[in-house]
Design a protein around this ligand. Structure first.
Ligand code: SAM
Length: 259
């Protein structure tokens, strides 16, 4: 779609775009087509698109399959989406029940990136192709010991195979956002993690530049009582002296198993 065509649709429908709902539309045909290719769509697939807006990406998905449901928070887009998509759910993707699907595709509203990723990682799906802020995407694939390594990186590494696919320049969106974006593909592993994994990861990454022992004690309330965590720290041995930033995802799984 050309920028002038996108502007025409907005004008004809009297759509005023909301900054707080991250309404920036990707309009480059070739980039949208590549995004859809990354989803490796076949005739058996059931797709879910989150945040379709006026349907620039939706249109490209529909060229591959009609087996598509969408969730869009802004009711003003309902009429335009209803023309082409069978299942249009108007609501907050973080709150409404998601229809059954095996693949998810989304140009993610930036302000819900983190909770949305955590929700996607829990779905029994084959893959998700997502357009996210570039820096956020870099954090998802960051390695231990690097400045971008975070709770998000650990969760992505243990719960999914994650690929950083390509950078999407901010100038390919209208209105132009502040930063560049990137496509990421997730293939959730659907594994069962130790019971305390989520709590321990959240606790220690609040102090990622501290030694494991200090980070556990500083955020013991996220995990258990002060006495329990103190005795756990004593049982840990050498690894308690390692900086959180240098712990691998496997280390964190082992630590959680031990708790
Ligand atoms: N898919 C379109 C595209 O590719 O150009 C638009 C993507 S735009 C970055 C984000 C879209 O998500 C907007 O249409 C916005 O209204 C919608 N949105 C924002 N918050 C949402 C939420 N919590 N649940 C569902 N949709 C949301």
């Amino acid at each position: 779609m050309l920028l002038q065509d996108l502007k025409k649709i907005l004008k004809e429908n009297n759509f005023f775009l909301s900054k707080s709902l991250d309404q920036h539309f990707l309009y480059s045909d070739s980039i949208l087509e590549r995004e859809v290719e990354y989803a490796e769509i076949n005739s058996e697939d059931k797709l879910l698109e989150i945040g379709p807006g006026i349907g620039t990406l939706t249109e490209k998905i529909l060229e591959k399959t009609r087996n598509l449901a969408v969730i869009e928070i802004d009711p003003k887009f309902a009429s335009i989406l209803n023309k082409n998509v069978e299942e249009v759910i108007i609501g907050d993707a973080l709150k409404v029940e998601w229809p059954e699907c095996n693949k998810i595709i989304s140009n993610v509203p930036y302000s819900i990136s983190s909770p949305l990723i955590f929700k996607i990682l829990e779905q029994p799906i084959e893959l998700a192709v997502l357009c996210l802020q570039k820096e956020f995407a870099r954090r998802m694939v960051a390695e231990p010991g690097t400045k971008n390594y975070s709770r998000l990186s650990v969760n992505c590494a243990v719960r999914a195979d994650v690929e950083f696919l390509e950078t999407v320049p901010k100038g390919k969106f209208f209105p132009v956002p502040r930063v560049d974006s990137a496509f990421v593909r997730l293939r959730p592993k659907n594994i069962v993690l130790p019971r305390k994994f989520a709590d321990i990861t959240r606790a220690i990454f609040q102090h990622k530049n501290k030694k494991l022992r200090n980070s556990l004690m500083d955020s013991y309330h996220e995990i258990g009582t002060k006495e329990e965590v103190a005795s756990f720290v004593k049982s840990l041995g050498e690894i308690a002296q390692t900086k959180v930033l240098n712990l691998s995802p496997e280390d964190i799984i082992n630590i959680s198993k031990k708790y």
